[in-house]
Write a protein that binds this ligand. Structure first.
Ligand SMILES: Nc1ncnc2c1ncn2[C@@H]1O[C@H](COP(=O)(O)OP(=O)(O)O)[C@@H](O)[C@H]1O
Ligand SMILES: [Mg+2]
Length: 256
């Protein structure tokens, strides 16, 4: 993880924005396995996953609870290490990387969005985003990131003054403000009602389109998969299905 641009560059990537086609892979995953040791019991959370994620791609990851989605996402994001198998991020190997390298990888290249927003209650929307932009190398201004998720009128609101969907959009603004090459979202709409969830997904879709950020969205909800370039299904620690959408369906046409 030496200094220098990410594969394809982590800077504004107009050339690959929204493409699901000929873009180079950001991630190459081979025979990925993860075993959690729980005393006497072994949990095989990933049982040999092979996967490539392309620059600028919008990917939806479906699968029942316990199928290994979060484990896979956490390993891609450098939050956890596999038991075996390889994860390449561009030219770099993440499997077996030490904590310092993983920390740097996460800080420079990855944005995370989780089900719960984890905003700091005593800071405004703008200040929550600024926490990240202050330590990033090529940040947007907080106002710019918040505008991208259509919160330009809520800059000085505190989390308690925002709806759940608005709080999640602040979390997205925080995640994208450093212009990550990859955005990893673990059930970002899990705590939201349908309409609010769609607004949140629209924000992810806009970021993907305008910044060319490769985006992985975990969801239980098969209905929203049509807005992705590609849909992967997991069961029992394995990838069991893959579908490519020739055209992405606008979220305004999707109901669940
Ligand atoms: N930290 C952990 N320690 C032990 N077992 C875990 C841990 N995290 C996940 N698991 C187990 O690994 C399997 C996959 O979990 P997870 O990746 O969270 O699935 P999903 O996100 O699809 O619901 C489940 O059986 C879960 O109980
Ligand atoms: Mg999960």
């Amino acid at each position: 993880m030496s200094a220098g641009p990410a594969p394809g560059s982590s800077q504004p990537a107009d050339a690959v924005a929204g493409s699901g086609g000929a873009a180079p892979p950001v991630f190459r995953v081979r025979d990925l396995r993860k075993v959690y040791e729980m005393g006497e019991v072994q949990v095989h959370a990933l049982r040999g996953v092979d996967l490539e994620i392309l620059a600028g791609e919008m990917l939806v990851l479906l699968g029942p609870s316990g199928s290994g989605k979060s484990t896979l996402l956490n390993i891609l994001g450098g939050l956890d290490l596999p038991t075996s198998g390889s994860v390449e991020y561009g030219e770099r190997r993440l499997d077996g990387a030490d904590e310092a390298l993983l920390t740097r990888f996460r800080r420079e290249h990855v944005g995370f969005v989780f089900q719960f927003y984890n905003l700091i209650p005593s800071l405004t929307a703008r200040e929550n985003v600024a926490l990240v932009t202050e330590i990033a190398r090529y940040p947007m201004r907080p106002e710019e990131a918040l505008t991208m998720v259509r919160l330009q009128d809520r800059l000085d609101h505190f989390p308690s003054q925002l709806s759940g969907g608005e709080q999640q959009r602040v979390a997205i603004a925080r995640a994208i403000a450093k212009r990550p090459q990859v955005l990893l979202c673990d059930e970002p709409t899990g705590a939201l009602d349908v309409e609010t969830g769609i607004v949140v997904l629209e924000a992810l879709e806009r970021v993907n389109r305008e910044l060319g950020t490769a985006t992985v969205v975990i969801t239980h909800n098969a209905a929203i998969a049509d807005f992705a370039d590609r849909v992967l299904s997991m069961a029992n620690g394995e990838l069991v299905g893959e579908r490519r959408n020739e055209t992405r369906r606008p979220l305004s046409e999707i109901h669940w």
